[in-house]
Design a protein around this ligand. Structure first.
Ligand code: AMP
Length: 194
């Protein structure tokens, strides 16, 4: 999978969740490390974020965390990350996460995960990038989101062709199968940044 060198993982910061979600985060981190793919993420040590980072590091992978200074205490910046970039704002964090990744993988998460996912989806809708956004539907967690998007399409608020902006897959194997199809090189933005 030479076309994918780094993956940004968006996932929950909560640790009070079903262990199956944590297991999925660990499995993804390990799988990425074994495939030689760098993990780019929010830099925290908590919740699924910490699980994915710890698993990638234990399997010898490269982990880059990007965390705003004010969240260093709340999310406990991951001291073991290969590289921990401390920034001043959430916007800076999201931009560096975007710039440093070839594609995005979404695991179960909360409002922050949704914000990050939909920022990338809407940028792609506006043709600002063409990086794949893959949502792993662990334990059916994201099925209601899929239904919501279908509802939005049915009611005319979302164009049918934008259904494909988020690729929902059932598991990590299916996510890697999607990544294997990504053309080389990943097309650049059709619209230049201001
Ligand atoms: P959550 O899914 O809410 O557990 O958050 C996952 C990650 O998203 C954490 O690293 C949060 O710091 C981050 N996050 C939370 N709110 C926002 C936001 N409004 N914009 C960007 N990231 C956020």
């Amino acid at each position: 999978m030479e076309n994918i060198r780094s993956l940004c993982v968006y996932c929950g910061s909560s640790g009070r969740v079903n262990p199956a979600y944590k297991q999925a985060a660990r499995a993804l981190g390990e799988r990425m490390a074994k495939a030689g793919i760098e993990l780019v993420y929010g830099g925290g040590k908590v919740g699924l974020m910490g699980e994915a980072a710890d698993a990638a590091l234990s399997a010898g992978g490269r982990v880059t965390g990007i965390i705003p200074r004010h969240l260093m205490r709340l999310e406990v910046g991951h001291g073991g990350a290969t590289e921990l970039i401390v920034v001043e704002t959430m916007h800076e964090r999201k931009m560096i996460m975007f710039e440093r990744s070839d594609a995005f993988i979404v695991l179960p998460g909360g409002l922050g995960t949704l914000d990050e996912t939909f920022e990338m989806a809407t940028w792609r809708q506006l043709k600002l990038h063409a990086k794949p956004i893959i949502v792993i539907d662990v334990k059916g967690y994201w099925t209601p989101l899929q239904s919501m998007i279908e509802h939005m399409i049915a009611e005319g608020f979302v164009n049918e062709q934008h259904r494909a902006l988020l690729r929902f897959v059932p598991d990590i194997d299916a996510a890697f199968a999607v990544l294997a199809e990504v053309p080389e090189p990943i097309p650049g933005p059709e619209v230049k940044w201001q």
